[in-house]
Design a protein around this ligand. Structure first.
Ligand code: NAP
Length: 322
């Protein structure tokens, strides 16, 4: 980034996948003068210091926010309310407070009452992640070409929202704004329900256990492997997401169940046309996602594959002259 840093002192509360990626990107882009970080456990704080992710690592949330003009809370959504209560009285006047939670209405509901007048509250959700957790899992490029959704409240100063948008854009992110409720509805179908389906299908396969478990692992085909990756995401984070976005997830789950019933009926009745039409529609959606650059067109998501052995494979059927 060229020009003066956007913020003087960034305080990160929680330095897992998302917090540590923000620290790395902020360092790489020079968009803050200094970073102070804290995490719940001494182990994580020690690791953050070892990795050099912050200029200062402190023991408490209150100490972290002291003198910070940008505070980003990067912890599971269920913990955001109590943390806001803790830091509220220690925030520097005029500071911007944000978060990265995957659910927005509950975070706004839980945090806003604890933030004093004069604090700019700009909730955010970077729609970027992996199934890994902790400070080692983060990387500076995580947000490149990903959306960061801001859900400012009616009272938020537009200039504070604009500054935070510039901060996220400096990481290569695309920034959009919407209401917390709309965000939760959109994410329920694009992220929360897919995770629920993955958690379900991997659990179902596991329950087939005794007879088939080794086969499930051994012969896991691409589709199932992709579900296992999603279903290995952090249990605390996802428990909190489903509890916090209950209404929207139940609404989407209702629609999903209706569609599963329709496909079940098509299979039972041997209605190939219904199946073909449905799969054609979904294939177009995948192509659309690739077209707008939200995923790679490479086969198997561009995963690297082992090379063939250097020597030609024995081909007992090959002719002498081959
Ligand atoms: P993570 O890697 O598990 O890190 C979570 C951090 O929060 C750790 O530093 C942890 O400290 C701290 N923490 C956990 N419980 C806490 C509590 N009760 N009070 C205070 N601190 C606590 O998680 P993450 O993936 O970065 O996710 C953080 C937030 O980002 C969540 O709200 C999630 O919804 C959102 N998000 C995640 C993704 C994703 O793909 N992972 C994507 C977008 C948004 P210790 O290590 O000391 O326990």
């Amino acid at each position: 980034m060229t020009g003066a840093p956007l913020y003087n002192r960034l305080a990160l509360i929680g330095v897992g996948l998302i917090g540590s990626s923000i620290a790395r990107a902020a360092r790489a882009q020079g968009c803050v003068r200094s970073i102070v970080a804290t995490a719940r456990s001494p182990d994580t704080r020690r690791r953050v210091a070892e990795l050099g992710l912050a200029d200062q690592v402190v023991e408490t949330n209150e100490a972290a926010v002291e003198g910070a003009d940008l505070v980003i809370v990067c912890i599971p959504v269920g913990a955001c309310g109590p943390v806001a209560k803790e830091i509220g009285p220690r925030l520097a006047p005029g500071a911007t407070v944000s978060d990265v939670g995957s659910v927005k209405a509950s975070v706004v509901h839980d945090m806003a009452p604890h933030l004093p007048a004069g604090i700019h509250f700009v909730p955010a959700h970077p729609v970027a992640g992996t199934e890994h957790s902790g400070p080692d899992a983060g990387f500076a490029e995580l947000f490149v070409n990903r959306w960061c959704i801001l859900t400012p409240t009616e009272n938020t100063d537009p200039a504070a929202t604009e500054r935070l948008a510039t901060f996220w854009k400096s990481f290569g992110a695309k920034v959009g704004t919407m209401t917390p409720e709309h965000h939760d509805l959109v994410l329920a179908i694009t992220s929360h329900l897919p995770h629920l389906i993955a958690y379900t299908i991997v659990g179902t396969a596991d329950e087939l256990s005794q007879v088939t478990r080794s086969e499930v692992l051994q012969f896991s085909a691409g589709g199932f492997r992709d579900f296992t990756r999603i279903a290995s995401s952090d249990p605390t984070m996802w428990r909190d997401i489903f509890l916090a976005n209950k209404e929207a997830v139940l609404e989407m789950l209702g629609r999903f169940n209706e569609d599963v019933s329709a496909l079940t009926r098509a299979i039972r009745r041997g209605d190939g046309d219904a199946l073909f039409d449905h799969f054609t529609r979904t294939r177009a959606i995948r192509r659309g996602i690739v077209q707008i650059g939200q995923d790679s067109p490479a086969p198997d998501f561009g995963r690297p594959h082992p090379d063939l052995p250097a020597e030609p494979l024995p081909r007992p059927y090959a002719a002498e002259s081959d």
